[in-house]
Ligand binder design. Structure first.
Ligand code: CP
Length: 306
């Protein structure tokens, strides 16, 4: 693994190697991550052309825990705002001896373009590109599921909400099917579930109650209003009435089901506050596990030269 661009096409062995490596970074209380010297002398550049709270911050923490030097390019104040192209920006940062580029971009495929362009010793990690992929979110979701449920083979997992615009849904589906989840479901209104879902090996539901019935894991997705216009945009109240996860609806899942959400959350739109703050939610654990998972990804790609 030289770059991490998608979970699609990653083998079960590689996915398991990443999860196992991440677990080695976590101490016995499952929370703390110790500082290690694996990336000492390496430079990690965080390039977030789209906003982020969790991903950007946990990549920075992860790089620092690996003893790398970390640089967060302030895109709004960078020369990208004067029209400098993406690849010219990359060339100039490469001239500052970058070893790893962590890239988030609103255009699907931007991290691939960079990966093809950079020198062989430079690594690219996709931190979310358009609606295409968010592989480290997919991996931290797998880490969270494995942490709470141990084994994928008996699990029924529902991914609920705005699947159409969700790079997280795609990354989760590829990882879950490769890791051997018993059943992966996508649940959402017809306008927000893309036509190619059945070909990805998942079951499609357009009714929330049916979709989450007897599930072990429920992954809620944010309504991505910024990627919608006109007819696609449901009102928040309408959406919550049909697809909002409430405590009452959660009773339809298995009693020990966990509730996940990649964040940011729209409380009262796709999920009720009582569920977010309730005992079955593992949403903040996902964030914490993201540090170790991102450490694992960066240490593995940096250990592999082209
Ligand atoms: N889950 C996630 O990608 O959150 P951020 O947009 O805050 O990074």
């Amino acid at each position: 693994l030289i770059h991490l661009l998608s979970t699609e096409g990653l083998s079960k062995d590689i996915l398991t190697q990443i999860l196992d490596t991440a677990s080695n970074f976590v101490s016995v209380n499952d929370r703390e991550v110790k500082k290690v010297p694996l990336l000492r002398g390496k430079s990690v550049f965080n390039l977030f052309f789209e906003n982020s709270t969790r991903t950007r911050t946990t990549f920075e923490i992860a790089a620092k825990r690996l003893s790398a030097d970390v640089f967060n390019l302030d895109i709004a104040r960078s020369s990208a705002s004067k029209g400098e192209t993406l690849l010219d920006t990359i060339d100039n940062l490469s001239a500052m001896a970058a070893d790893i580029f962590v890239v988030r971009h609103s255009e699907s495929g931007a991290p691939y373009l960079i990966a093809k362009h950079v020198a062989p010793h430079v690594h690219v990690v996709n931190a979310g590109d358009g609606r295409h992929a968010h592989p480290t979110q997919g991996l931290l979701d797998m880490y969270t599921i494995r942490h709470y449920k141990k084994d994928f083979s008996n699990l029924r997992v529902a991914i609920v909400g705005d699947v159409l615009h969700s790079r997280v849904a795609r990354s989760d589906i590829h990882a879950l099917t490769t890791l051997g989840a018993a059943e992966v479901r996508v649940v959402g209104p017809r306008t927000l579930v893309p036509a190619d879902m059945a070909s990805m090996g998942v079951r499609v539901f357009h009714n929330l109650e049916e979709g989450i019935k007897d599930c072990d894991v429920i992954i809620m997705l944010r309504l991505q209003n910024e990627r919608m216009s006109g007819a696609l945009l449901p009102s928040s109240q309408e959406y919550f009435k049909s697809f909002g996860l409430t405590e009452k609806r959660l009773e339809l899942a298995k009693p020990d089901a966990i509730v996940m959400h990649p964040g940011p959350i729209n409380r009262g739109v796709e999920i009720d506050s009582a569920v977010v703050d309730g005992p079955q939610a593992v949403i903040l654990s996902q964030v914490t596990f993201g540090i170790a998972v991102r450490m694992a990804v960066m240490s593995i790609v940096a250990g592999n030269e082209a």
